[in-house]
Design a protein around this ligand. Structure first.
Ligand SMILES: Nc1nc2c(c(=O)[nH]1)N[C@H]1C(S)=C(S)[C@@H](COP(=O)(O)O)O[C@H]1N2
Ligand SMILES: [Mo]
Length: 443
């Protein structure tokens, strides 16, 4: 399976990084910060630490340090006693605020009091300011804030997945940690002037504002899993080196999407059954552009789009609120059961056509080939574009933990996910405790 190869034109400042600077609720107006920081420097009895020093304390051996509202805390002892102590390690070396936002339970007075006992210093003024420096020449300068727990595969364009233990924490993935797969800079779309165009139907071109999309069509919700074709590529790489982002097991997430049915919008634009005699595909164009002005695009078969089951959505909500910028604000396509790549974000245009999308990502990427095929011999025309994806099952993330539990309790809890593509149900989960020699069916 290919998928996720960088677009050949996409040479805009791609770089790979292991960690983002921590997000922080400290990003107030510059002036406010300056005043606050100066006050701290004059009155605080605590030593000043740089972000670098804080970041060097990220393990039980080196100590576990975090920052919270400009204070530096050594929580090494606390980690051992904390329920879910291993999870707090994800915040180690960075800011606590985004983690507490994820686990709202911590935003309580007594937790803050406990934390204050572990205070060891203040974060330096420069490091507090640094987070606000913006380079305007960078097409990625106005990217949205991201949760620091995300494992970044590529910073520009932004590609990241949650740690497996966060993914398996909840059936619905919180949007902040939902995997993010962008090929281009996130476009900034003004909801007031946003227009969606629908072309290629007997009714002519239908243009809808965001307001019209929300009011003219009834709202439907669908809970659907999105998976990138490149999910678990790091495991493929262990068998044979392949190209593309080195995704772990979590380029997959689950959300409840709300929006208008694509079928209803196509009917409003004049779709009639006889259209299916000349048109076979529905193309989608994003509003995100590369340096030449080419937009992201993809298509799905017409019969999926107009199916009376009608589960393809033009979604403007994710988990009950407006779509976040990274997930396609203000409108994206959600095609349940179909590979992530066809779920076009920042949707600008819908075209009913005799042809598939001519985009790079429909024609020369996201296709499957035999293991003997490589990038020098591949003939992309010889294979169909991936639509539905096969199933995936995850491994327990902490193999050692599992073995330890067997020894002590003679019982083992296995956590992970199972998913069947194409909208089909998970039929069975098999578990092996001996490396695949024998299997038991899980309940
Ligand atoms: N406009 C646009 N839509 C897009 C993409 C993109 O880069 N631009 N990436 C696609 C790919 S490959 C995937 S896997 C999904 C990821 O969706 P998510 O970022 O909401 O998880 O969006 C798809 N839709
Ligand atoms: Mo993808």
């Amino acid at each position: 399976v290919t998928g996720g190869r960088p677009h050949p034109l996409q040479n805009i400042g791609t770089c790979i990084t292991k960690r983002m600077p921590p997000l922080s609720s400290l990003m107030q107006a510059e002036q406010e910060d300056t005043i606050r920081v100066q006050t701290i420097e004059k009155t605080s009895a605590f030593p000043i630490f740089s972000q670098e020093e804080v970041t060097s304390h990220r393990s039980l051996e080196d100590g576990v340090w975090v920052t919270y509202k400009g204070g530096v805390y050594d929580i090494t002892e606390f980690v051992a006693m904390h329920p879910g102590g291993d999870k707090i390690l994800l915040a180690a070396g960075g800011a606590l605020e985004p983690f507490w936002a994820l686990y709202a339970v911590h935003n309580q007075e007594h937790v803050l009091e406990m934390l204050s006992e572990y205070k060891v210093g203040e974060l330096s003024a420069e490091d507090l300011k640094k987070q606000k420096t913006i380079k305007t020449s960078d097409p990625y300068s106005s990217e949205p804030e991201r949760h620091p727990v995300l494992r970044i595969n590529n910073l520009k364009p932004f590609n990241a997945e949650p740690p497996p233990e966060i993914l398996s924490d909840s059936f619905i993935t919180p949007s902040a940690v939902f995997f993010k797969r962008n090929h281009l800079p996130v476009p900034q779309v003004d909801p007031a002037s946003y227009q969606l165009q629908v072309e290629g139907l007997p009714g002519g071109v239908l243009t809808l504002s965001l307001e019209e999309l929300k009011t003219r069509f009834s709202k439907h919700t669908v809970t659907a899993t999105l998976q990138c074709a490149g999910n678990r590529r790091s495991e493929m790489n262990k068998v044979k080196q392949v190209k593309g982002l080195n995704w772990g097991i979590a380029a997959i997430s689950n959300a409840t999407w709300g929006g208008a049915r694509l079928r209803d919008v196509l009917l409003a634009a004049g779709y009639r059954p006889d259209v299916a005699q000349r048109a076979f595909h529905v193309q989608f164009e994003g509003l995100d552009k590369d340096v030449t002005g080419t937009t992201y695009g993809a298509s799905i078969p017409l019969n999926k789009a107009v199916s009376e089951e009608g589960d393809v959505l033009l979604a403007y909500e994710m988990n009950g609120v407006d779509l976040p910028a990274d997930h396609g604000y203000p409108v994206r396509v959600v095609v349940p059961g179909t590979v992530g790549a066809r779920n076009v974000k920042w949707l600008g245009k819908i075209i009913v056509s005799a042809d598939e999308s001519s985009s790079h990502w429909q024609q020369n990427d996201y296709k499957g080939f035999s293991p003997g095929t490589d990038w020098d011999t591949v003939d992309f025309k010889s294979a169909p574009a991936i639509q539905e994806l096969p199933s995936q099952v995850s491994h327990p993330p902490h193999q050692q933990t599992v073995l330890w539990l067997i020894a002590v309790l003679e019982e083992v809890a296995v956590k992970g996910y199972a998913w069947s593509g194409g909208g089909r149900e998970v039929v069975r989960v098999d578990v092996s405790l001996d490396g695949g020699n024998t299997w038991q069916v899980a309940n």
